[in-house]
Design a protein. Structure first.
Length: 297
């Protein structure tokens, strides 16, 4: 029997809900998002477009700008990768094992959220400076200095110090994103894999990782985004040496203090474009991983 127009389901812009207020809530959401996120970013894009292509390329191609952007995004990527590995391990230990002081360790993970970034920067600098508790071990004459040559290893006031600071501030994003997924993951899956003859590495790579990969990518993206825009904790430990340990956010502040608004706008616009491209790529990979492992889009 042929179907009629009346039999076809009508198109609904929204799903029916027993809770009223869709129009109001959608309007408030879009207005808030526009005021807080879209309008400032649009203003930055308009200001950058007003520079002209030749002027923008000249400002963006400056060697100091390229060096600062390379350090900011390179150090952020390294710190995000480090946190993805050790954050996953830390979340696994907190979920799967019981040990004395577990609650204390769990609470300590959130300290970078509550600690002012300037305080974190001062603490890290005093710890990793050449005369600090850890820095002196790697400084010339220190215990571990011979492993790195005659000059030892300089942590503070170098790109390595930037990585240390960014790793500190972005660690909670990975742990708190992966931890709920591990808590919901049934431990019987691992036992079943072992019963079927899977080794420990096979269980990890074929049972555990496919389940936590989307959440791990989300934590990685959040840690990366947090690191790219970090300022307070980095400027103390970095040393802020042009072409060596100067980050892009600091260069924007310097350009503003010099009343070079065009230069500050160019650096900010470049950071916006690169950040958007990186996060877009991560989201595409995350969507693919969800479909690959049958976790939905």
């Amino acid at each position: 029997m042929a179907s009629t127009t009346a039999d076809r389901p009508a198109f609904h812009f929204r799903q029916p809900s027993v809770v009223p207020g869709f129009g109001l809530s959608l309007g408030v959401t879009l207005a808030y998002l526009s005021l807080i996120v879209l309008l400032p970013l649009s203003a930055l894009a308009v200001r950058a477009a007003g520079l002209g292509l030749s002027d923008f390329l000249a400002l963006a191609g400056d060697r100091r700008v390229v060096s600062a952007l390379t350090l900011s995004f390179g150090a952020s990527l390294v710190s995000a990768v480090v946190n993805a590995v050790f954050g996953l391990l830390l979340a696994w230990v907190l979920v799967r094992y019981r040990f004395p002081g577990k609650r204390l360790v769990d609470a300590a993970i959130d300290l970078p959220f509550a600690l002012p970034t300037a305080v974190a920067g001062i603490a890290l600098t005093s710890l990793y400076a050449p005369n600090g508790w850890v820095g002196r071990l790697f400084a010339p004459g220190g215990l571990f200095a011979p492993l790195f040559g005659e000059g030892g290893l300089r942590i503070a006031y170098s790109p390595l110090g930037v990585i240390v600071a960014l790793t500190f501030v972005s660690l909670p994003f990975v742990v708190r994103t992966v931890q709920p997924v591990l808590e919901e993951m049934d431990g019987e899956l691992e036992q079943a894999a072992a019963t079927l003859g899977a080794g420990r590495l096979q269980t990890v790579f074929r049972v555990v990782l496919p389940t936590v990969t989307p959440a791990l990518l989300t934590g990685f993206a959040l840690a990366l985004a947090r690191s790219i825009g970090e300022y307070g904790s980095v400027i103390f430990i970095a040393g802020n040496i042009p072409y060596v340990s100067e980050i892009a956010p600091l260069l924007i502040v310097i350009r503003l203090e010099e009343f070079n608004y065009a230069g500050a706008t160019a650096v900010a616009a470049l950071m916006l474009v690169i950040s958007f491209a990186i996060l877009l790529a991560i989201n595409v990979i995350q969507t693919w991983s969800r479909r690959r492992y049958g976790l939905g889009a």
